[in-house]
Design a protein around this ligand. Structure first.
Ligand SMILES: CC(C)(COP(=O)(O)OP(=O)(O)OC[C@H]1O[C@@H](n2cnc3c(N)ncnc32)[C@H](O)[C@@H]1OP(=O)(O)O)[C@@H](O)C(=O)NCCC(=O)NCCS
Length: 177
């Protein structure tokens, strides 16, 4: 029986960023966010600053069988009501424009959430489009605010125990320079 060739995403490796990946991650992030109306063009700088601060808890790359880096996702610790704990923030996440819409972003997110579970994380928060992130179980909840206000784009996923309550803040690398 003839089988169809594997699709792009089946031939991808998702793995921790490797030494020497930083520049490619930066370029990929800049290219992926450039057309997004909500982008401030600062996402690559955020990743570099998280890495420099030792705050890039999880940094995964998606690499094709040919060795091309086509996706990246970052996770870093967040504070709830100013307290560090075991909640993490997802993002930035980027997929090379020609590879978008083929499941690469979903594979990066699923792999990253599995790794967070492996770290015994309480949960994950993010700022993003609910239409995309609800498929992974993320929900906006007005009892978890962002910058002091409920925000339908600010969502959380509890991985262990109850949902987070209070006001969430990302690592200072996310602050505008
Ligand atoms: C967002 C992103 C990482 C998703 O990666 P991807 O590999 O394209 O996503 P997947 O193939 O896993 O999923 C595709 C689905 O996501 C949807 N989707 C992608 N980006 C979306 C967005 N910004 N808002 C809503 N839905 C989105 C697609 O419509 C598609 O939906 P469908 O499955 O119902 O057809 C990628 O599109 C990207 O790099 N975008 C530019 C950077 C960016 O916006 N990052 C996220 C900021 S929160």
């Amino acid at each position: 029986m003839k089988t169809s060739p594997p699709s792009g995403v089946e031939r991808l490796r998702i793995e921790p960023e490797r030494p020497g990946d930083a520049n490619e991650i930066s370029q990929l992030t800049t290219t992926a966010f450039a057309p997004m109306p909500f982008s401030d063009g600062d996402e690559a700088r955020v990743i570099d600053d998280l890495r420099a601060a030792g705050a890039l808890t999880i940094s995964l790359v998606a690499v094709t069988a040919e060795g091309e880096l086509v996706g990246h996702i970052a996770f870093s610790g967040v504070r709830i009501d100013g307290q560090p704990g075991d909640w993490y923030g997802l993002g930035p996440v980027s997929v090379a424009p020609p590879m978008q819409g083929q499941g690469v972003g979903s594979a990066l997110i699923a792999n990253g959430l599995d790794r967070l579970r492996g770290l015994d994380a309480a949960g994950c928060v993010l700022l993003g489009n609910p239409d995309y992130y609800r498929r992974f179980g993320f929900l906006s909840d007005p009892t978890l605010t962002y910058q002091g206000q409920p925000n339908r784009y600010f969502q959380q996923l509890a991985l262990k125990g109850p949902p987070a309550r209070g006001d969430a803040s990302f690592h200072p690398a996310f602050d505008p320079p």
